[in-house]
Design a protein around this ligand. Structure first.
Ligand code: GAR
Length: 207
């Protein structure tokens, strides 16, 4: 008699969680994450890529890796707050349609409304290019350099209703050198991000 089949636990390497990745730009983090998933037993699998911007270079990784990828841009609604809510509803509907279990922000440059955050609380993760709570917001590298900091890094955190204020899951330090420009520093921090994010997601999904 054969051993009865035991369904693997959701979020295990045998049955990874279905993740949807939100991007706005180049998608180097997205690409690193997918490469990790393809070359390691991983507790997460990318099933959907959404960009808020149709010209985002990162969208091409959908075709490269055979993963559905699409732009969902802001709808044409005059009222700014209605436009934002509708945009997020479109994204939410697509995530649900694709049976996404965890939303991963990877260079997504919009602040999500409390309404969206509430729906995905505990299932919405971001990576930020600084050692939070230092230098939140869109100009982390500029702020670190202006501050004369000698160390910066990256932070993986749960998203809450604030801006880069959610529970910190992990951080990785990166040195800053006197000769650094924003671009040089950004590239060095990205290298650390690409190592940290997939591993933290593995830990998080398997819990
Ligand atoms: C990354 O450094 C990421 O941490 C940052 O944008 C970059 C995206 O690069 N995210 C934020 O600043 C979010 N506030 P990529 O498009 O090449 O992955």
């Amino acid at each position: 008699m054969s051993v009865p089949y035991i369904r693997p636990r959701r979020g295990s390497k045998e049955d990874p969680l279905r993740i949807g990745i939100l991007i706005s730009g180049g998608g180097s983090g997205l690409s690193a994450l997918i490469k990790y998933q393809l070359s390691n037993p991983s507790s997460h699998k990318t099933e959907l890529i959404i960009s808020d911007n149709a010209t985002a270079k990162g969208l091409k990784f959908g075709a490269d890796f055979d993963i559905p990828a699409m732009a969902i841009e802001l709808p044409e609604i005059n009222d700014k707050s209605k436009r934002r809510i509708k945009h997020e509803e479109l994204i939410h509907d697509k995530l649900i349609q694709s049976r996404i279990e965890l939303v991963v922000l990877s260079g997504y440059m919009r602040i999500l409304s409390p309404k969206f955050v509430k729906k995905w609380k505990g299932r919405l993760i971001n990576i930020h290019p600084s050692l939070l709570p230092k230098y939140p917001g869109a100009y982390a590298h500029r702020d670190a350099l202006d501050d004369g900091a000698k160390i910066t890094g990256c932070t993986v955190h749960l998203v809450d209703e604030g801006v880069d204020t959610g529970e910190i899951l992990a951080q990785s330090e990166v040195p800053i050198f006197d000769s650094d420009t924003i671009e040089i520093l950004q590239e060095r921090v990205k290298k650390a991000e690409h190592l940290l994010y997939p591993k933290v997601l593995d830990d998080y999904c398997s819990k």
